[in-house]
Ligand binder design. Structure first.
Ligand code: TEU
Length: 556
């Protein structure tokens, strides 16, 4: 595969609402991000994925867009956005916008018109269906729904529209009506809008739930619908694939298998640069209640999943590598160990090493580079996330007790990722001079950017090294992947190789000291120490310490 600029890039995701508030209203904003560009430059990242900053009533924190070509006033203005693009560019950082086109907000003018009348020119931009029988009483509304498809945010995916006495389809909240991608006018509008943003100098898009746009509702096909890849090829042709554009695109695809991921990301398919697949997340979900009754992470399963994706996409397509985003619990709490300070720091670095030495493009979610942890709010009312709040109502007490549901929320709720970024030990972690829109994690007193920047052994500087290594060592970016010593239960050992250079990655994913397999104890002397998360390596090397990560390099 021909090399592309985004293959050795490292992406940093900003959730603007929780990153940095510059006005004191308790909500992060674009000028706050600009203030922190030097910090991001120091970390070394070169793409910034911004969660949505468009105009929105914020029912789902911006994933409900009411104007694709304007900025939400709480985040700033189009001028601020232009300045962010410019200022980031000066620091070698490109901006990736979030493209949310499976649905709009119910306040989008298209939907405002569509819901008024069956004759609206925008009626066919959305998905309306008649009741299955004539509605005579209010109770009938729930019974006459066109089908039993459920919303991802709980309840039915159909909402009754009084004005036209029928239902519209919404896979997420009622306030996020799905666009009708069977209507070519929708694609035209969206392509036009995408080009408008690309012309403003953004580098590309992260595409929200893009695998849902090919749905065929009447057949009850939601994900990976038959028209999906045609739609993406058309989008590519009309927008980011145009002559002279050097874009990066990543699709959010919960239902991707390696075969499907290749369809999206093989360059000759002319669709996307790469996709996010979620097998390492969903593997630990309950078949019935999903993440609300999560299973403990089994590292041996996890290794098999990562190794599978590394192998399957070895020659075709491209992986994205991530632990975290704004929907997921904090990596160190979920897959690592945040019960002691030493374990938190060691396991955060070990987990970072694990994915940053793999083949693909790594993504870092804000605060991950500080080892930020999950939150446990005492009261349900402290939670702000619509998915969490709807799920509580749907499951308690019918299938979960209050305590069990809270345990699910603590382990996997989306607000774990959304507490304010911890900049310093100042009130509210220095995120705002006002009162933050969501509670700050009280551990900001010790876990914060300022403390990390003052400690040369911090998680921050470790990420900085990982990012730098990717820019300077092609074997990390393009090398073949080989899983070694697969029988070593508490270790993950793999090798990367490219053009006469190899990396050997040794990881201990347990909290105990673990003896190395015999084959590795007498490591050939031409393996040179490259990086590790403990200050000194043990000589001679015969075991790994708790959560130790150790990388060696060999040049032929
Ligand atoms: O997420 C897609 C999605 O399905 C999530 O709701 C996810 O499944 C859930 O958190 C896991 O339980 C995208 C965005 O990343 C998310 O923030 C939005 O809420 C959602 O789409 C709707 O736009």
């Amino acid at each position: 595969m021909e090399h592309n600029w985004w293959q050795n890039a490292v992406v940093y995701q900003v959730y603007p609402r929780s990153f940095k508030d510059s006005t004191g209203d308790g909500i992060g904003d674009l000028n706050g991000i600009i203030e922190k560009l030097n910090y991001l430059e120091a970390l070394g990242v070169n793409i910034l994925w911004l969660s949505p900053v468009y105009k929105s009533p914020m029912d789902d924190n911006g994933y409900d867009i009411s104007d694709y070509q304007d900025i939400a006033p709480e985040f700033g203005t189009l001028e601020d956005m232009a300045r962010l693009i410019r200022e980031a560019d000066l620091r070698g950082i490109k901006i990736m916008m979030d493209l949310v086109v499976n649905h709009t907000s119910d306040e989008h003018p298209w939907f405002q018109s569509a819901k008024q009348s069956k004759d609206s020119p925008y009626r066919d931009y959305y998905i309306f269906r008649p009741p299955t029988f004539e509605i005579k009483t209010p109770e009938d509304i729930e019974k006459a729904v066109p089908s039993d498809i459920g919303s991802i945010f709980s309840g039915s995916a159909w909402a009754y529209n009084e004005a036209t006495q029928d239902y519209y389809f919404h896979l997420f909240s009622k306030r996020q009506p799905d666009l009708n991608w069977e209507n070519p006018a929708v694609a035209d509008e969206i392509h036009h809008m995408m080009n408008w943003w690309l012309d403003k100098g953004i580098a590309g898009f992260r595409m929200d739930v893009i695998d849902l746009i090919g749905k065929e509702i009447d057949q009850k096909i939601i994900g990976n619908g038959p028209r999906l890849h045609h739609l993406l090829k058309d989008m590519h042709n009309a927008t980011f694939g145009c002559e002279g554009r050097h874009t990066v695109t990543v699709g959010e695809t919960w239902g991707a298998t390696p075969e499907i991921a290749k369809l999206y990301s093989k360059p000759e398919e002319k669709e996307l640069s790469m996709v996010f697949q979620f097998e390492h997340v969903t593997a630990f979900h309950d078949p019935e209640l999903g993440k609300w009754r999560s299973r403990a992470v089994n590292f041996n399963e996890l290794k098999t999943i990562f190794a599978k994706w590394q192998t399957e996409l070895a020659n075709d397509g491209w992986n994205s590598l991530f632990w975290n985003n704004h929907d997921l619990p904090r990596v160190v709490s979920k897959y690592g160990n945040d019960t002691t300070e030493a374990h938190r720091i060691a396991s955060a670095k070990m987990l970072a090493t694990m994915i940053h030495f793999m083949k693909g493009t790594p993504y870092i979610y804000q605060g991950e580079e500080l080892g930020m942890t999950n939150i446990r709010f005492d009261h349900l009312s402290d939670y702000k996330d619509i998915e969490t709040l709807n799920a509580y109502t749907a499951h308690v007490p019918s299938d979960l007790s209050h305590d069990d549901m809270m345990a699910g929320i603590y382990a996997d709720g989306r607000d774990n990722a959304r507490t304010p970024m911890q900049w310093s030990s100042a009130p509210y972690g220095g995120f705002t001079d006002g009162t933050p829109w969501i509670g700050t994690n009280p551990n900001y007193a010790t876990i914060n950017a300022e403390a990390c920047l003052n400690d040369e052994d911090s998680i921050f500087y470790y990420y900085q090294k990982l990012i730098h290594a990717r820019k300077t060592e092609p074997a990390i970016v393009y090398g073949d992947f080989e899983w070694l010593c697969q029988e070593a239960e508490q270790l993950f050992i793999y090798k990367r190789g490219y053009k006469g250079e190899s990396f050997l990655v040794l990881l201990n994913h347990s909290d105990a000291q673990v003896t190395l397999p015999n084959s590795l104890i007498n490591l050939n002397p031409d393996w040179i120490y490259f990086l590790g998360n403990y200050p000194e390596t043990i000589q001679p090397l015969s075991y790994l310490r708790p959560y130790e990560a150790l990388v060696f390099k060999q040049t032929l």
